[in-house]
Design a protein around this ligand. Structure first.
Ligand code: ADP
Ligand code: MG
Length: 240
């Protein structure tokens, strides 16, 4: 579904991604681990064209996203993204946050958009919060609304960039549970996280990045029990 070939990204002199190759198959959950500054967020942003790559190729569902003929907005609709900061529209209710893009971009009727939004709110356990404003919700609830909002566009893949890092510890699991459910339903997911329990349980594949390269990748059972690279061992040594 996603194929990144020899991705380089520079910000000025700062060479942030140094030839990354990554394939993600349909239905697969790939977890990206690595120290801060290693290029994880940049890599995610390259998948949906939020960053313009310096060199290489990103193919999404057989389309080269850098191709001038490709409709990047259409491609982006198929790739949902959830950020560390929930980025809800503060002046819109939960219902309006979720239905905004389906109505504006997909040209759905308000009725259809609201019907889907109710289903999604139920899925993330917030069916009674449709009239609330983001500020009235906890961080965990806001992040679940952000997930529902992304799903309302019926994406084929979901990207998560440290979705629980801004949450109080007691709110982390309610968000991870929603992500777990999505994974079990077969969603294709690329997840940057420091939640090792989630990575082990839900990840089909772990990708370890350091200094703009993928240093090591494999099944959680291999990577966690028998990391081959010193930098991977060192990273696990610090956080496990
Ligand atoms: P990670 O998510 O692994 O912590 P990032 O992808 O956020 O790493 O950052 C990798 C490097 O790229 C860092 O050195 C960061 O300063 C730099 N960087 C990220 N985004 C930008 C940007 N928009 N402009 C300039 N430098 C950036
Ligand atoms: Mg990051």
């Amino acid at each position: 579904m996603i194929e990144m070939v020899n991705i380089h990204k520079k910000f000025g002199e700062n060479h942030v991604l140094k030839g990354v190759d990554l394939k993600v198959h349909k239905g697969e959950v790939v977890v990206i681990l690595g120290p801060s500054g290693s290029g994880k967020s940049t890599l995610l942003r390259c998948i949906n064209g939020l960053e313009v790559i310096t060199d290489g190729k990103v193919i999404f569902e057989n389309q080269d996203i850098c191709d001038k003929k490709a409709d990047i907005n259409k491609i982006r609709q198929k790739i949902g993204m959830v950020f560390q900061q929930f980025n809800l529209f503060p002046h819109l209710t939960v219902m309006e946050n979720i239905t905004f893009a389906p109505i504006k971009v997909l040209k759905k009727s308000k009725e259809d958009a609201e019907r889907l939004a109710r289903e999604l709110l139920k899925k993330v356990g917030l069916e009674d919060k449709d009239d609330a404003y983001p500020i009235q919700l906890s961080g965990g609830q806001q992040q679940r609304v952000a997930i529902a909002r992304a799903l309302a566009m019926k994406p084929d893949a979901m990207l998560f960039d440290e979705p629980t890092s801004a949450l109080d510890p007691e709110l982390v699991n309610e968000v991870l549970d929603v992500m777990k459910q999505l994974a079990y339903e077969g969603m294709t997911m690329v997840v940057v996280t420091h939640e090792m329990g989630f990575a082990k349980e839900v990840g089909d594949r772990i990708v370890f990045m350091d200094e703009g390269n993928i240093i090591e990748e494999g099944a959680p059972s291999e990577i966690f029990t028998n990391p081959k690279h010193d930098r991977t061992k060192n990273f696990f040594g610090k956080i496990l």
